[in-house]
Unconditional design. Structure first.
Length: 95
């Protein structure tokens, strides 16, 4: 199943296209003030460069400071939860 992961940060916006555990494509751009149009264009360019039909993408997961501004996301998570989850996974000795 092909999904897009998108992190909308205050300085940079990052995206990956995954097919199962396989990384298909990745891209980073500088975040500007026009998030709605910027993100849609960004995802279109990412899909085009990866030769992935955007209509075939089955999910969009969004994180970061600007996650709540992304329309039509299938999954949204705030940055604090993402950091806590990553810390627990990569540093299990932390409590």
């Amino acid at each position: 199943m092909t999904i897009i992961g998108l992190d909308v940060g205050s300085l940079f916006t990052k995206a990956v296209i995954m097919d199962g555990d396989n990384l298909i494509a990745h891209k980073i751009i500088r975040t500007t003030g026009n998030l709605g149009e910027e993100i849609d264009n960004f995802l279109n360019v990412l899909c085009k460069e990866a030769r992935v039909d955007r209509k075939a993408v089955k999910g969009l997961a969004v994180t970061g400071n600007g996650a709540s501004l992304v329309k039509n996301a299938d999954f949204t998570e705030d940055i604090i939860t993402c950091l806590a989850s990553a810390s627990a996974y990569y540093l299990p000795e932390l409590e």
